[in-house]
Design a protein around this ligand. Sequence first.
Ligand SMILES: Cc1ncc(COP(=O)(O)O)c(C=O)c1O
Length: 417
Amino acid sequence: MDLALRGGQPVREKPFPAWPDFGKDEEELLQEVLRSRTWGGYSPGVERFEASFARLHGARHAITCCNGTVALEVALRALDLECGDEVIVPPITFVATATAVMICHGVPVFADIDPKTLNLSPQAVEAAITPRTRAIIAVHFGGHPADLDALRAIALRRGLALIEDAAHAHGATWQGVPVGTFGSAGTFSFQAFKLATAGEGGIVITNSSTLAERVWSYCNCGRRKGGGWFEHFIVASNYRLTGFQAAILSAQLKRLPQQTTVRQRNVEYFREKLRGLDGLVLPENDPRVTNHPYYLLTLRYQPEAFSGVDRDLFLRALQAEGIPAQATYPYPLYRNPLFRKESLPPCGCGKWKSDQNYESLSLPESERVCKDGIWLDHYIFLGDRQDVDDVLTAIEKVRKHAGALLSLHEAARGSRS
Ligand SMILES: Cc1ncc(COP(=O)(O)O)c(C=O)c1O
């Protein structure tokens, strides 16, 4: 059978499981809020959801907000991040991890990743610390927890705050302990594609009552819990989650463990089969990861195993076969136009000038994964083995026709030049 890219029959025409997933629970809980006529952030369902999210993550406090970006921002504000304070972040993450720092007038400092997990390398973090460093934001990329033992030890030894950006890691555990409370605070996103979603939404978890009160106040117009409606103590905004979102999220949270089990089963099957195939490497999990929710799988592509077909052409062929695999970020975060000298926002207080030269940065492991990484999304693994087999069959089909694929590509290039 010829490649779909050359007019052949695709391996798969059926869609993968739809995301987001929902059922009767979401519908009933939404109706409950509707009928209650208490639709806003003070709907009792919001606190109920916060309590169940805190319980799932073994945290004393959970405070919802309108998205994962704001969750990072209020956590940093509650930690009193000051103008010019440096915060170490990875370059393989969504922009929010760094821009939340900049919104608080801090300076993101990029440290390279560990290629096996795509998470901050503790050695790189250590090397990036300066007298101005205040915090580390560890992203649990794709749902794989960062090395929390090492990062926590560094934070404690160097007197830094540790924030876990767990936007991808709902329910993940490290050595049996849920992520989010290894440092000062953990933040999560409930954006449309996340493992528990209300379309938008975010949450901060912490074991510190002081931090929890401050985060709550930053999300609630500067009020204090139990204080007056028109009594405001700090300059803050309204970042509340609505009752409707909390209703959906309560139902989503109930689905999470079962969905995680399905993804784990399918990913383990995929991993086993992939071991017998050349050219696509799925790094092993750190054995200290005791629950991996598999938000995103990152494979490393080796063109030599596919007759020299480059990653992007391989992906075009795979997508044509009905497999929605994607390239990783096009470049590490620091290469975004935002980090060019002329675009950097001025600091709020005017007392400092960042000496970061993002334009000259080139962190080798982060650069590498942007060139050879391939992402497979969580919903691909939410079905049955047949779905996984289709992915494997499509990979093998592209390999078998790699020579023909190259000629097609070269012919197309020739006709354009
Ligand atoms: C690692 C990471 N942090 C933070 C965020 C921000 O979350 P939100 O989109 O809810 O603002 C995202 C969103 O994709 C993310 O992937």
